[in-house]
Design a protein around this ligand. Structure first.
Ligand SMILES: CC(=O)[C@@H](O)[C@H](O)COP(=O)(O)O
Ligand SMILES: NCC(=O)COP(=O)(O)O
Length: 263
């Protein structure tokens, strides 16, 4: 039973797929920066933008405009490469989140293999930290990766919720939620700030939001898609309301019971 008020939880809005629509015709509209400013005005706590190596959606110019025009934190998602570290240390966003990338992937498929790339990753993390950037690692919620994240010097881990969001049935979803809960508890116990993201939507966000250790959710594809029907301010306010309600219920009933109820 949670007997203490939970820390406030932030919503980071990922605007990648506004740029996907923009790039479909090669023009300037819809403008991802305009979407980010609308999200900011609607209560987003941060903006996430993924500068992929293939620039399939967010482009370099988008990031520099976001860095100039946003009043809320910019979280630059990027591969752990010298090119991206160079861009980030020049741009100096509030935060960087290192994610795995394969050109042929449709979207991010798994978490970063921190344990298998510690030496190279430690150097990238150090350069980003020396530039005053908060470094997050996008990882699967596994003990080996969480321990490695502390060793390479990351301040934050963002737990990949894709397996949970894409679970084939209720039993698999409960299993994946338990994996995320264990990972969040372990990461927090090791002094890491805990975020979560990938594939979250209105229907599956509550058990994740109810986790006391998770202080930021990064959500994009669903919000941008739903905004086509309801408008970006409405969907952001609704998602923040769902997150807040889930946290309030967790304060009363305990986060663990939340998933049992939903299970
Ligand atoms: C790491 C993650 O899950 C997303 O933030 C990432 O941006 C997904 O990549 P696409 O936005 O290209 O689908
Ligand atoms: N890191 C997760 C993120 O930024 C958004 O992922 P999604 O909601 O677009 O799947």
């Amino acid at each position: 039973m949670t007997s203490f008020p939970l820390r406030p939880q932030r919503l980071g809005v990922n605007i990648d797929h506004v740029a996907t629509v923009r790039n479909a015709r090669g023009g300037a509209d819809p403008d991802p920066v305009r979407a980010a400013l609308l999200a900011q005005a609607a209560g987003a706590d941060g903006i996430t933008a993924h500068l992929r190596e293939d620039r399939r959606h967010i482009r370099d110019r988008d990031l520099s405009r976001l860095r100039t025009e946003l009043a809320i934190p910019l979280n630059m998602e990027m591969a752990a490469t010298p090119e991206m570290v160079g861009i980030a240390t020049t741009l100096r966003p509030h935060a960087c989140c290192l994610v795995p990338e394969r050109r042929e992937e449709v979207t991010t498929e798994g978490g970063l293999d921190v344990a298998g790339t510690e030496t190279a990753l430690s150097a990238h993390v150090a350069r980003l930290r020396d530039a005053g950037i908060r470094v997050s690692l996008f990882i699967d919620p596994d003990a080996e990766q969480i321990a490695a994240a502390t060793r390479v010097g990351a301040a934050v881990v963002e737990l990949h919720t894709g397996a949970y969001a894409g679970a084939a049935d209720g039993e698999a979803q409960v299993r994946e939620m338990a994996r995320i809960a264990r990972g969040a508890t372990l990461a927090a116990s090791m002094g890491l700030e805990v975020h979560a993201g990938h594939g979250l939507n209105y229907d599956n966000v509550a058990p994740i939001a109810a986790r006391p250790e998770i202080v930021e959710l990064n959500i994009g594809h669903f919000l941008i898609g739903q905004a086509i029907f309801d408008g970006l301010p409405v969907v952001i306010r609704h998602m923040k309301g769902l997150m807040s309600h889930a946290r309030s219920r967790a304060e009363q009933d305990g986060a663990a019971s939340f998933m049992e109820d939903e299970g």
